[in-house]
Design a protein. Sequence first.
Length: 318
Amino acid sequence: MMRQAGRYLPEYRAIREKADFLTLCKTPELAAEVTLQPVRLVGVDAAILFADILLPLEAMGAELVFAKGDGPTFPHPVRTRQDIDRLRVPDVEESLGYVFNALRLVRRELDGQVPVIGFGGTPWTLAAYLVEGSGSKDYGHLLAWSYEDPAGLAVLLDRIADTSIAYLKGQIAAGAQALQLFDTWGGLLSLERWRALALPPLRKIADAIRGTVPLIYYVNGGGHLLEGMRDLPVDVLSVDWRVPLSKVRQVVGDRVLQGNFDPAALLGPIPEIERLVARVLEEGKGGGHIMNLGHGILPRTPVDHARAFVNAVKRSGG
């Protein structure tokens, strides 16, 4: 499940009471422990590395702060070509080695019980946070830059792509057996502009990773982008819950799909969760389908509901 290690688990909250978020991310023993919690407590079929997609931007020299109640912020946003010059090309082993160490600990602890999935954000989504300085309702700074100076924004996106490639390859070397790229804000763009702005750095990453481990691409709110996703050089297309899988497949063909279960459905009664699992699995027939949530698990989700979701999928043979 997306965000399968997180606030819905009392065991995770107990660790967070002792460590702030960045300390948790940067302490391999703690990051490994929360990575393993969903495997032990919920019974998921893969461990997803616990980290944050913004860590590579910090490694590039962008100050990253997690303020209580405000989420991640960049006190000095990057909004011009001159601002890009402040960013460096990091040595990922030196600046992000704690992530790789957490991966090694997870692989050792699991000893082959389930696979381990690493991840990163797409350059477009990482830039969304870096340019705005935080989350945003309209991403006006990013979108304004994309119209006023698309070539300048492309320089930033390409630089993020280069760092992402080194970071993802580092995860593979540390033991990641698959990778997922999250394009949380790809849906902000029309298909034409997604192809012009977000796709080139994304394809650069996909081409660099191809042939190593399976690569999964997820876009949120991207039903209108399916035509562009169809020919992406990735192994799995991960989609949200807004378009039925049968209709997704009409556009993308027999590509392997992931996701499509509404995370809010886990707040409902267990019999309804089981009914909806059966429906999504039925929709996914006709090609490969990996069950997952269509976005991150909600913090209010009861643990027994998350477990019921996993068990319903396993009983179905999905």
